[in-house]
Write a protein that binds this ligand. Structure first.
Ligand code: GAL
Length: 364
């Protein structure tokens, strides 16, 4: 994805202030100009000019230039899908002239709490937060409410009840139930509806994301529900958490293929990165996707789209990073424009799309 980089000198300066604060600096942002140090010696005219320049710089800094200062907290940078999402956010926000600073929560809620507090101390105009833990949502929401900062939560959805505590807060994401259902449908669309050995049941392993995350819970539940709703019998051979991680997906699939062998007809992965890992194990075990085993993921990462086209994955589900990033920025701008959200209306959803070899090229 091509990034548009529009970083002005002013933006650079305020980004430096942000990073200093993020590294543990506890002093308030300070702008020192060369003119200020010579102020005492300057004559009246120069004084006036200096004051005017300082005032303009202060105003510009306060508003972050044309677009304002935006702080973005990502649960961890080292996540394939959230990297795509982060790049999309950066392109859109910078393209609109915002000064944007991204922080890596490193999968540590305490670290992310500090980052949120630092952003608030720096006086950002709005926050976009991908929480590390949805169970921390109450605390995050209380913090941003207390600071009166318009906030968009992304990717990890709190409950409607939690969000109702603050009217300048909105969640932009997807309804994870939909992606699970689509994964089940991808299996139902195969020639034998997933029952490769014809024993009357679909035997599967489930490689789950981080189970604290509602995406993992719903995808696990609704992928299988789609099969049972269609009248299929199912047998769960194994369910293990792979934490959205490729290596863990590979390890789990490798162990299960050794243990259950040809009994495994379907590998459901809550995301593509784990599915790519599982594919490595499938190939190492001499199995062939779409012939003696089915494999589905979610996200439509570029690597997964290639595997769908090549017949090495049965299908995936588009998790629309661009659509969600655009939705998040739209919601943020609505909040900045003074819009408030009533309880029960604080979740904005972008649709998932089923991806098969027929339409995969549309998303590449
Ligand atoms: C999901 C996505 C996963 C992972 C997770 C992080 O929506 O499918 O790949 O990025 O979000 O919360």
């Amino acid at each position: 994805m091509k990034l548009t980089r529009k970083v002005t000198a002013l933006a650079m300066a305020s980004m430096m202030v942000f990073s200093m604060a993020a590294c543990g600096g506890d002093s308030a942002p300070e702008t020192t100009t060369a003119a200020a140090s010579t102020e005492a010696k300057a004559d009246a005219a120069t004084d006036a000019a200096t004051e005017a320049a300082k005032e303009t710089a202060a105003q510009a800094e306060a508003s972050g230039g044309a677009g304002g200062n935006i702080g973005v907290c990502i649960y961890k940078f080292d996540d394939a899908f959230m990297t795509t999402y982060r790049n999309a956010l950066q392109e859109i926000l910078e393209g609109k002239g915002y000064t944007v600073t991204f922080m890596d929560g490193k999968n540590d809620q305490a670290e992310q709490n500090n980052q949120i507090n630092n952003f608030i101390a720096q006086g950002v105009d709005a926050l976009i937060i991908n929480p590390v833990m949805t169970s921390a949502a109450d605390q995050i929401i209380a913090t941003v409410k207390d600071a009166d900062i318009p906030t968009v939560l992304i990717n990890r959805e709190p409950t409607a009840d939690q969000m109702s505590a603050y009217e300048k807060l909105v969640y932009v994401g997807c309804d994870a139930r939909q992606s699970g259902t689509m994964q089940g449908e991808l299996i139902l669309d195969t020639a034998n509806k997933g029952d490769i050995n014809g024993d009357g049941k679909v035997s599967y392993i489930m490689i789950q994301g981080d189970p604290e995350n509602v995406d993992a819970q719903y995808r696990t539940e609704f992928s299988v529900k789609a099969l049972t709703d269609a009248g299929m019998e199912v047998e769960e051979l194994d369910l293990q958490r792979g934490d959205w991680d490729r290596n863990k997906g590979q390890e789990i699939a490798q162990n299960d293929l050794a243990k259950f062998g040809n009994d495994i007809e379907v590998i459901f992965c809550n995301n593509d990165d784990m599915a790519i890992g599982a594919l490595q194990a499938i190939q190492a075990a001499g199995r062939k996707v779409n012939e003696d085993i089915y494999l589905v993921g979610v996200d439509a990462l570029d690597a997964a789209l290639n595997e769908v086209v090549n017949g090495n994955m049965t299908g995936t589900v588009l998790n629309d990073a661009n659509g969600q990033a655009q939705g998040a920025v739209d919601a943020m701008e609505a909040l900045l424009g003074g819009k408030t959200y009533a309880a029960g209306e604080q979740s904005i959803y972008v649709d998932y799309v089923k991806v098969t070899p027929e339409n995969a090229a549309d998303f590449q």
